[in-house]
Design a protein around this ligand. Structure first.
Ligand SMILES: [Zn+2]
Length: 243
């Protein structure tokens, strides 16, 4: 017997006119939604990425200097942005691993939202903490998810929040990635290779595991695709805030 609470899997076919993806670390957008960003960019969307940190702790090498790694990773971000077809990419300078949902961060996010005026925002699902018993979500991913939600509503659309951060803007949809409660899927069969190529730009994060990682990324996208009967997909929890 079907439960009344059952939500049929939804394939998101349209491309938002303008999209802002907000993530913590340089390679997070590619992992979370690179196929979707590339698909929408190809469909004519204006796709922007805002990264809150420079990822200077993304190395297990104790000799690696944070400033050097941040510089290398900034170049990787730029390369990946070209592969994905982004309209812009921006990096805040919050310390990697020390991202908190502060008033200052929310002001920066509201400023970006009011300037770029995206129809849709993509960010991590901050309620997703435990993925099975082998991984729990990074502190920065949870915090950036909450900060982005708080910036979207009510802050960006309310003139009493950050009155000097530009004219108010109402975001219509929020796509939460890396969610445990997916209810919307984007078919990335045409852009799975773009996602993998964009990820491959992040050479500081791949090293010898590169080939394994390609396979892993494709398998995960295949798994998501099975839910909606397409070859490759990315899944989201979708919030429709308009109306
Ligand atoms: Zn990350």
């Amino acid at each position: 017997m079907d439960s009344l609470a059952t939500v049929p899997p939804m394939l998101v076919e349209d491309a938002p006119r303008c999209v802002l993806a907000v993530y913590a670390h340089p390679d997070d957008p590619e992992i979370a939604c690179g196929g979707t960003l590339a698909r929408w960019a190809r469909a004519g969307s204006e796709v922007h990425v805002l990264l809150c940190t420079r990822g200077e702790k993304g190395s297990a090498d104790p000799k690696m200097k944070g400033a050097d790694l941040a510089r290398r990773r900034a170049a990787e971000v730029a390369e990946a942005a070209t592969v994905l077809g982004l309209a812009s990419h921006q990096q805040l300078r919050i310390a990697d691993g020390e991202l908190d949902n502060t008033t200052e961060l929310r002001r920066d996010l509201v400023t970006a939202i009011r300037r770029l005026r995206p129809e849709a925002v993509i960010c991590p699902d901050p309620t997703a903490v435990f993925f099975g018993n082998r991984y729990f979500n990074h502190h920065d991913h949870r915090e950036v998810g909450w900060a982005t939600l708080d910036a979207v509503a009510p802050a960006a659309s309310n003139p009493h929040y950050f009155p000097n951060a530009g004219p108010v803007h109402r975001v219509a949809r929020v796509f939460l990635s890396a969610t445990l409660d997916p209810d919307a899927w984007v078919d990335i069969s045409e852009t799975i290779d773009v996602k993998v190529d964009a990820l491959a730009c992040h050479k500081t994060q791949l090293d010898e595991a590169g080939e394994w990682f390609r396979g892993f990324v494709k398998e995960r996208a295949q798994e998501a695709g099975r839910a909606v009967g397409v070859a490759y997909a990315e899944s989201f929890r979708l919030l429709s805030l308009s109306g």
